[in-house]
Design a protein around this ligand. Structure first.
Ligand code: ATP
Length: 338
């Protein structure tokens, strides 16, 4: 039976990369019925809301979405679509696998790590106030419930995938109470539920320095919201940039798969965007819904096309001369050739 998946093209490069991902997933023989849904700046123009209720309702009902990046209009009072989605659907865990890709030359050959980011609180709670003229505060929220939940998710993820190290990046030397609680919860879950997994902690500035110097010892990185956002992009830079890093936002009921990158307005509509990050997010989605064969076909296809190194069949961000469409067609040809 076909699985219903919500497809949200989004803004900027979103429609181009979403179309590419859908074409590749269909070519791989996945059994999916797509429902096209609005979100972002385009939705605000048509529906007066960046995140229309129909979109939220459809994801709640069907539980799986593949989402392109969205832009939140600045200065119009809209809360970020991504933040709203993650909070309203309780998508508390962002999972971002970061891997060296065949044929994509970077400083390192063997990066294989996963960023797990708490998605619902921290400084992204959006509680900001102007106390008096020229003085503002921004509240960092940490709850034992959310800190424990994300720690448990990270250790479970490690166990299920036979990974053996979880490292927390933090700044508890300065934010002793909030980051202190994050650490306390991670330590408790480790001790009580996952003592066979190696656990360690690094102050985030030191952690970033160690990551760029040599990422190979790292396995799973566990971070609160803001640190996870920043470190995800840093890690993308280790393997070729934002065009090659997928992601998933997971909750107990729903999962929304999306690339780490934003709407990249500078290259939108020019056939320059690398669709691979969203295609790889689609592979994560196919694995999530149990369509493993289609997922493997896509993975084999992009690994083969990249390994061949034909510059016309890759986008410029990873050293090619081709466009979104040329790369997508190369993947489809490869899938069809078996
Ligand atoms: P937003 O505000 O939506 O996050 P942004 O432009 O600030 O958008 P990104 O969209 O993440 O941030 O883009 C950062 C840079 O990376 C841009 O120069 C963009 O062109 C490039 N980039 C992002 N995604 C891709 C992609 N899929 N293919 C090629 N280049 C990309």
């Amino acid at each position: 039976m076909a699985h219903t998946v919500c497809l949200i093209p989004g803004d900027g490069i979103g429609p181009e990369v979403a179309e590419a991902a859908r074409a590749v997933i269909d070519a791989a023989g996945a059994s999916i019925e797509w429902i096209l849904l609005p979100a972002g700046a385009a939705a605000a123009e048509e529906y007066g809301e960046v995140l229309p209720a129909m979109t939220l309702d459809a994801i709640s009902t069907h539980q799986v979405a593949l989402k392109g990046p969205v832009t939140t209009p600045i200065g119009k009072g809209f809360a970020s679509v991504n933040v709203q989605l993650r909070k309203k659907l309780n998508l508390y865990a962002a999972v971002r696998p970061v891997r060296s890709m065949p044929g994509v030359k970077t400083r390192y050959d063997d990066v294989e790590l996963v960023v797990i980011r708490e998605n619902t609180e921290g400084l992204y709670s959006g509680i900001e106030n102007e106390i008096t003229d020229g003085v503002v505060t921004s509240l960092k929220v940490a709850t034992r419930k959310a800190c424990t939940r994300i720690a448990r998710f990270a250790f479970n993820y490690a166990r299920e995938r036979e990974r053996n190290r979880v490292t927390v990046f933090h700044k508890a030397n300065i934010m002793k109470v909030s980051d202190g609680l994050f650490l306390e919860c991670a330590r408790a879950v480790h001790e009580q539920e996952a003592s066979n997994v190696t656990y360690d902690e690094l102050i985030i500035d030191n952690g970033c320095m160690q990551l760029v110097r040599d990422p190979s010892p790292f396995d799973i990185l566990l971070l609160e919201n803001l640190y996870g956002d920043v470190v995800s992009d840093l890690c993308a830079g280790l393997v070729g940039g934002l065009g090659v890093v997928p992601g998933a936002n997971i909750g107990d009921d729903c999962a929304v798969f999306e690339a780490v990158h934003g709407s990249a307005p500078d290259i939108a509509g020019k056939d320059l965007a690398n669709p691979l990050a969203l295609i790889m997010s689609g592979v994560m989605m196919l694995n999530h819904i149990g369509q493993i064969e289609a997922a493997d076909r896509i993975k084999d296809a992009y690994n083969a096309v990249l390994a061949e190194g034909n510059t016309q069949e890759r986008t410029r961000d990873i050293g090619g001369t081709g466009g979104t469409k040329a790369f997508t067609q190369a993947l489809i040809r490869r899938i069809e050739a078996g």
